[in-house]
Design a protein around this ligand. Structure first.
Ligand code: SAH
Ligand code: SF4
Length: 393
């Protein structure tokens, strides 16, 4: 069995092609190290890290010359050696329902999609963690695209910064903190499997949570995984955000087909890992994502089996039902509204919240599982899909 590709082989160096080191995405410790390596006296390093950090992540500044609490000569020195760069927005589409889909370009000319979903009481940004995906879930559009590479921490947190630019949501220095934010929540539900890019996702989320910067509460960040079991405990320890699991089936036979990583870590193994998550991360409930596929996983029996699994392992859970978002050539159809409601009802009566996710941005192909950059030509071959679907065999 071939090992999954990890970030070590795929992540490009943080150094920009033309020389200067990009400061976006560095942890506080890494920022300190590069400042010292470039002549900042060690005694001043802590203060300088704080100052530069706040300019970048609290005020959204991209230009060293406006960092007025630093000496002019020091600012010039910084500008020579460093850059503050985020992915470039290539296009923006706005749906009839207000959803915004951005195409952003990252180093190497690759593109990923980022989606902003405004709701009454919050605004959620759906962030990508990889270009393409190594996995081949059979209902997911991204899964038909090869993994091109992992995103760096800077490219991940850069998506949040890009959206704040577009929403014009950076505060002005001296202004009071705004509690009602347009961008209040992050979901790692864009392109890619975040737990196969663990270190970069962790570093980016740590930056997003840092109270002296973007300052999003860990309860407003949800990481969605297809079930990379060994990394689930690490997510609790090292990130501590909310967890969503792409469950989608109630028997190994069906889950093997829908979410092939199940062949490596099956339903029982996954449930055991999930059962320890809430306590380890001090979060309340795990979200079970369940895509409703007509005639495949949507029977009353499935609903009862799903409840059985969750009860048996005593997992505090909410079940999010996702009407399947069709894409050109998809091998499944969406369950009928009546079927989805009946399924939701069984779960609800068993005592679990069972919201049905309203598809957003369908007119611009921005809905869950539809993301795939049109410009990437690297398609998986049929043989490769079959080989990867055999993970663990
Ligand atoms: N790789 C991660 C996160 C990205 S996918 C994961 O698999 O969890 C985000 C969610 O969208 C997952 O629950 C995924 O299963 C679901 N999804 C994928 N394709 C879909 C589609 N066509 N319709 C509805 N949901 C889909
Ligand atoms: Fe990858 Fe998630 Fe799509 Fe599966 S559902 S192919 S893990 S992005």
């Amino acid at each position: 069995m071939s090992a999954p590709i990890t970030q070590d082989v795929l992540t490009v160096a943080r150094r920009l092609p033309d020389g200067p080191v990009n400061l976006v995405g560095l942890t506080r410790q890494q920022l300190r190290d590069v400042l010292i390596a470039n002549g900042t006296p060690e005694k001043q390093a802590k203060m300088r890290v704080n100052q530069i950090w706040q300019w970048i992540y609290q005020w959204g500044v991209r230009d060293f010359s406006v960092m007025t609490n630093l000496a002019k000569a020091y600012r010039a020195q910084l500008a020579e050696r460093f850059a503050i760069e985020i992915p470039e927005m290539v296009s923006r589409q706005v749906s009839a329902d207000g959803t915004r889909k951005y195409l952003v370009r990252i180093a190497g000319g690759h593109e990923v999609e980022v989606v902003y979903i405004p709701e009454e009481d919050r605004g959620t940004l759906c962030v990508s963690s990889q270009v393409g995906c190594t996995l081949t879930c059979s209902f997911c559009h991204t899964g038909t695209q090869k993994l091109v590479r992992n995103l760096t921490a800077g490219e991940i947190v850069g998506q949040i910064m890009m959206a704040r630019d577009d929403l014009e949501e950076w505060p002005t220095p001296g202004a009071p903190k705004d509690e009602t934010r347009l961008l209040s929540n992050i979901v790692l539900m864009g392109m890619g499997e975040p737990l196969y890019n663990f270190d970069n996702v962790r570093d980016a989320m740590k930056i997003a949570m840092d109270p002296e910067g973007i300052s999003l509460s860990r309860r407003r960040i949800t990481l969605s995984t297809s079930g990379v079991v060994p990394e689930i405990a690490r997510t609790a320890e090292e990130i501590g955000c909310m967890l969503a699991i792409s469950f989608h089936a109630t028997t190994d036979e069906v889950r093997d087909r829908l979410v092939p990583i199940n062949k490596r870590w099956n339903i029982e193994t996954l449930l055991e890992a999930l059962a320890s998550y809430p306590k380890a991360s001090n979060s309340e409930r795990i979200t079970f994502e369940y895509v409703m596929l007509n005639g495949v996983n949507d029977s009353d029996e499935d609903a009862r089996r799903l409840i059985g699994h969750i009860r048996r392992h005593q997992i505090p859970a909410k079940i999010n039902l996702i009407p399947f978002n069709e894409w050109p050539g998809a091998p499944y159809r969406r369950s009928s509204n009546n079927r989805i409601r009946a399924f939701a009802d069984i779960i609800y009566k068993a005592g679990y919240a069972s919201p049905i996710r309203t598809p957003r941005g369908e007119d611009i192909m921005a809905a869950c599982g539809q993301l795939k950059s049109a410009t990437e030509r690297a398609r998986k071959s049929k043989r490769q899909i079959e080989a990867e679907a055999g993970l663990g065999n």
